[in-house]
Design a protein around this ligand. Structure first.
Ligand code: SF4
Length: 340
């Protein structure tokens, strides 16, 4: 691009006038920026906002978060998913409060748990004015259109790598925090995946895909292989308590979070079972069908199950106090509602 200065200026002016009012942008401190960046990884901004408010009321700074019991941290994260983010955020808080000086370089921030290249660039550019460009899905879409790149990418990681150099070249070194936020904001609110709002775009005169009338076709990705799977789960009630499984602490994704037990974890041969709920959901490119069966437990099964440390009988009154995987809390609520 020939006139990068003019591009940065138009983008910056647009952002000053049109940036959404988000809670972490008001009184932007390092702590608020870090929390918001962790929450918004893999989560929509609208979903993250109420969590952010609740979080700030309970954990107002790095020290309070570092000292909190993990269970309390996970409980406040309940429903946001990808719980490793909450654990990493707490570990990061513990590390930061022990440092004499908070680092300002993006490469140093990448060494903290849960901080990848994008998050490091976002935190350090916004909080310290460090010149490091953010490249996420929104920025990829914007740059693919501005530069009219027709290459077909394998996946988003490959596209992020491809556009990094272009993003660094475009970065406004005088105000990298605002520039990064403006690029992402433009991608999120104007340069939309379907039907980009080119008539409202501040950088339309720089956009080669728009000149060619190709904006809606970019960026291009190879189609992903979708895999399908199904999981059978158990609904078992004994003495006003529901049987749940606590995912072991070495579990890959949801360690220490409660869920309705998968049938494969219980020996239920010969038990009478009735399908009471079926739900479909997607994780990445996996399509999962979840079937929940009610089991008539008989007398001996509850006693036998109690010997397995992964399972707990949780009284219905205590369900609100534990941390349940988001979809599981929803399904339990729906089943109970149907029962009433
Ligand atoms: S002109 Fe349209 S396609 Fe190009 S960057 Fe702006 S919104 Fe996106």
């Amino acid at each position: 691009m020939k006139n990068r200065g003019a591009f940065r200026k138009k983008l910056g002016c647009w952002y000053n006038a049109h940036a959404r009012e988000l809670p972490w942008r008001q009184e932007a401190t390092l702590y608020r920026t870090v929390v918001s960046e962790f929450m918004c990884q893999q989560t929509r901004i609208d979903t993250a906002i109420p969590y952010f408010h609740r979080w700030m009321e309970v954990f107002g700074d790095f020290k309070t978060l570092a000292d909190a019991p993990e269970e309390k941290v996970l409980k406040l994260w309940e429903g946001l998913g990808y719980y490793r983010r909450a654990r990493n955020l707490q570990s990061l808080a513990g590390m930061l409060v022990k440092l004499d000086k908070v680092p300002t370089s993006a490469t140093r921030w990448e060494k903290f748990p849960g901080v990848g290249r994008y998050t490091a660039a976002a935190i350090t550019s916004i909080s310290f004015g460090t010149a490091s460009a953010c490249v996420d899905g929104n920025v990829v879409r914007l740059l693919a259109r501005i530069y009219h790149v027709e290459k077909k990418f394998k996946n988003i990681s490959e596209a992020v790598g491809y556009f990094r150099e272009k993003a660094e070249q475009l970065l406004d070194d005088q105000n990298p925090g605002r520039h990064n936020q403006a690029m992402m904001e433009l991608g999120a609110t104007v340069c939309l995946k379907a039907r980009p709002q080119c008539s409202q775009c501040p950088v339309v005169s720089f956009c080669r895909a728009h000149s060619a009338g190709k904006q809606e076709t970019l960026p291009r990705f190879q189609s992903r292989k979708i895999s399908t799977t199904s999981i059978d789960r158990i609904w078992m009630v004994n003495d006003k308590s529901l049987l749940l499984r606590r995912i072991p602490s070495n579990g890959p994704r949801l360690a220490n979070i409660f869920e309705l037990p998968p049938a494969e974890n219980l020996s239920l041969n010969g038990c009478e079972k009735t399908l009471i709920k079926q739900a479909k959901r997607s994780i990445g490119n996996q399509r999962i069908t979840e079937r929940i069966y009610s089991i008539n437990s008989g007398k001996n099964l509850p006693r036998k199950i109690a010997q397995n440390s992964d399972f707990r009988w949780i009284s219905f009154d205590a369900l609100d106090a534990i941390t349940l995987s988001g979809p599981h809390r929803r399904w339990i609520g729906e089943i109970l509602k149907k029962d009433v």
